[in-house]
Write a protein that binds this ligand. Structure first.
Ligand code: SF4
Length: 441
């Protein structure tokens, strides 16, 4: 965002007051703090407006593909290093279905991409898109596969460099806002016209170096396209890392607009490709399309992505509440833990291991683990007692007892006083819970 002085220089400086501010400078200061919109000034020139919009735009443009709940957003990143703040939009992973394998194989691929999902620390991690590639198969089969994918939820990437066929494919999945792949030096005008006419995002690539990529990006801008993805050359892991880093650096540090777009990498199925996929998730691919995504590869990749794109300053949290584990009844034991996701899921898994149904009370500790929360005063006898009341523990269990983590045994006396519950000190580590739970059953 430009500074107040930079904005002020572009305003009419008539102090007319129509924006509801007494002076142009006052308006500029509010605009710099994003408290008002430029629209509030009716006198600003079109030229100044364009200049301000350009300088106020994020360093990497945000591009969305797909529609509905599973639409995915790429770009809009502001950092070179995750620890400086956070990365925002996780790398979009897509499975390629190539028409050389025939229509049935493509349909199977589409189904496979949709079923590649699992839950980790309370979040659903999934393959986000399906990329339909036209190579040596028939046009009819390709369009049929596009229709099959259009009937499902995942966003679609149309990998077809024949603009006439890509146009038919785009029409067959018009509601899905597909990503068009790709405009090269050879088909640029036709693909750019297609993308512009249908307001679809377009990949520019197929280049030998970044200079050529910059040229294509500038041509896309001249053609009136703003939703663009860049495909740099990735002949080796080293080249991929270098090019992705140069693009990110140029966009964020130098605000170099032609490279201020999300990036995409299309990978095969070799071990090197799998390594490059991990590399791309870390630095700095906005989308990765792959020929093969076996579960034993893609699930760890999704977990890696979750780790990279989790805000390091905000622990993943579970909603506070009273959770049933198994099918607890009124006589089932009650225990509590914190709302730090990793702690919650570890404790929950250990209770499940015991096969003894229980009630697990999750206390709000702002996402801190047991010892950290206790030491920081975020988990006190008072806050646990409040959770017991808020989530009506006594209505769910008539055992009149609560099991507390061994590490916070010091709160037993006060907790007993505040809740009238018998306080039983559990193991220091939740791995001791199965043994203890079996003795309760
Ligand atoms: Fe200045 Fe525009 Fe506000 Fe008038 S409306 S005071 S010209 S910023």
């Amino acid at each position: 965002m430009p500074t107040a002085m930079e904005i002020y220089k572009l305003l009419p400086k008539t102090n007319c007051g129509e924006c509801k501010f007494p002076t142009c400078l006052a308006f500029a200061m509010q605009l710099a703090n994003q408290k008002v919109s430029l629209e509030a000034c009716p006198s600003v020139s079109d030229e100044a407006k364009a200049q301000l919009e350009e300088s106020g735009a994020p360093p990497i443009r945000s591009v969305t593909i797909g529609s509905g709940e599973l639409a995915v957003k790429m770009g809009d990143e502001t950092q070179l290093f995750r620890h400086d703040k956070t990365f925002y939009n996780p790398t979009v992973l897509g499975l390629i279905a190539d028409d050389s394998a025939g229509l049935e194989a493509m349909r199977t691929r589409v189904d496979d991409a949709h079923s590649a999902a699992f839950e980790r620390v309370g979040q659903i991690l999934r393959v986000d898109s399906v990329a339909l590639r036209h190579s040596s198969g028939s046009e009819e089969d390709y369009l049929e596969a596009v229709k099959a994918a259009a009937g499902k939820e995942l966003p679609i990437v149309l990998m077809c460099e024949d603009a006439a066929l890509a146009a038919k494919a785009a029409d067959a999945c018009a509601d899905k806002k597909p990503l068009l792949y790709r405009a090269t030096g050879a088909n640029f005008d036709a693909m750019a016209e297609l993308a512009k006419g249908r307001s679809l995002p377009l990949v520019v690539g197929g280049v030998a170096g970044l200079d050529e990529l910059v040229e294509l990006s500038e041509r896309a801008k001249k053609a009136g396209l703003s939703d663009v993805l860049l495909e740099p050359p990735i002949d080796s892991s080293g080249k991929m890392l270098e090019n992705m880093t140069v693009i990110r650096r140029a966009a964020i540090k130098s605000k170099f607009r032609p490279l201020g777009f999300p990036t995409i990498a299309v990978l095969g199925s070799s071990t090197a490709d799998k390594m490059n996929a991990s590399l791309g998730v870390m630095k700095y691919a906005s989308a990765i399309m792959m020929e093969e995504m076996p579960r034993d590869f893609v699930y760890p990749l999704l977990a890696l992505r979750q780790n990279i794109y989790t805000d390091p300053q905000v622990p993943i949290q579970v909603k506070p509440g009273l959770y049933p584990v198994g099918e607890p009844t009124e006589s089932s034991p009650v225990m509590f833990t914190t709302n730090f996701s990793l702690t919650y899921f570890t404790v929950r898994a250990d209770i499940e291991k015991s096969k003894v149904p229980a009630w697990l009370l999750v206390v709000d500790t702002e996402g801190q683990s047991v010892m950290t929360a206790f030491a920081a005063g975020k988990m006190t006898p008072e806050s646990v007692a409040k959770a017991v009341d808020d989530f009506k523990v006594k209505e769910k269990s008539n055992r009149n007892e609560i099991i507390i983590p061994g590490m916070v045994s010091r709160m037993s006396g006060k907790l007993n006083e505040l809740t009238d519950l018998k306080v039983t000190v559990g193991p220091r580590e939740s791995s001791g819970l199965p043994k203890m739970m079996k003795s309760l059953a």
